[in-house]
Design a protein around this ligand. Structure first.
Ligand code: ZN
Length: 219
């Protein structure tokens, strides 16, 4: 890897992860977007109206920290969500947003706790996601959503957008991928267990995990 072009590497990584998400049914149609933040503050992001299953490296959008388009196709219309998360989380280098079925289903449920909308079912959910805030519905492209996300993402690597889907940050794109896949599986467990007497992890078990492995927020 030494001496390899970091932009070419990042483009290839986005293509690889996008295809993986699409082939496993975690992204359908032209939904979902992935980004990598580079050291100079510029961002590589999946293009607008692109299927994650058929991305091409040279068409991944490259935009400067100021939002100017450098190369590739035009970026996803949801680019401003990625920017909001990177601004809120200085150590984040990768962001993934999906309309994945189970987490999107949870995002449509009534009566959720907006400060923490999934019960802590498993240790890996607690370790990779932590508490999951729910952000109220905004129509596509509504820029006021950026402010809501930025304020909440300071304390949370993952948020759920109501009637929409999750957006998750990580110290790398791989880490963000792992976390959003854990979130989708947790949402699936939550839905499978609806109506079944369930024993979520208790406050003591969660505190023990944070002592052993750190808080999800710090990732
Ligand atoms: Zn979306």
């Amino acid at each position: 890897m030494t001496g390899a072009d970091p932009i070419a590497q990042a483009r290839a990584e986005i293509v690889r992860h996008g295809r993986s998400l699409f082939e496993r049914g975690l992204a359908t149609g032209s939904s979902g977007n992935l980004s990598i933040l580079l050291d100079d503050g510029s961002m590589l992001l999946t293009p607008t109206d692109a299927s994650l299953g058929g991305l091409e490296p040279d068409r991944i959008a490259h935009v400067t920290a100021e939002g100017a388009h450098v190369s590739g196709d035009l970026p996803s219309k949801e680019a401003f969500l990625h920017r909001a998360i990177y601004a809120a989380r200085p150590h984040a280098r990768g962001v993934v947003h999906l309309h994945a079925t189970h987490s999107a289903a949870v995002s449509c449920m009534d009566g959720l706790d907006a400060s923490d909308c999934l019960p802590p079912l498993t240790a890996y959910q607690v370790m990779k996601i932590g508490r999951l805030p729910l952000i109220p519905y905004h129509p596509p492209g509504d820029r006021s959503l950026a402010g809501r996300i930025a304020a909440i993402a300071v304390d949370h690597p993952a948020v759920l957008l109501a009637n929409h889907g999750p957006i998750v940050a990580g110290a790398s794109l791989r880490q963000a991928m792992n976390a959003i896949e854990e979130l989708e599986e947790s949402a699936k467990l939550f839905l499978l267990l609806r109506g079944v007497p369930t024993r979520p992890l208790d406050a003591g078990q969660i505190a023990d995990l944070e002592t052993r492995f750190g808080r999800a927020n710090d990732r």
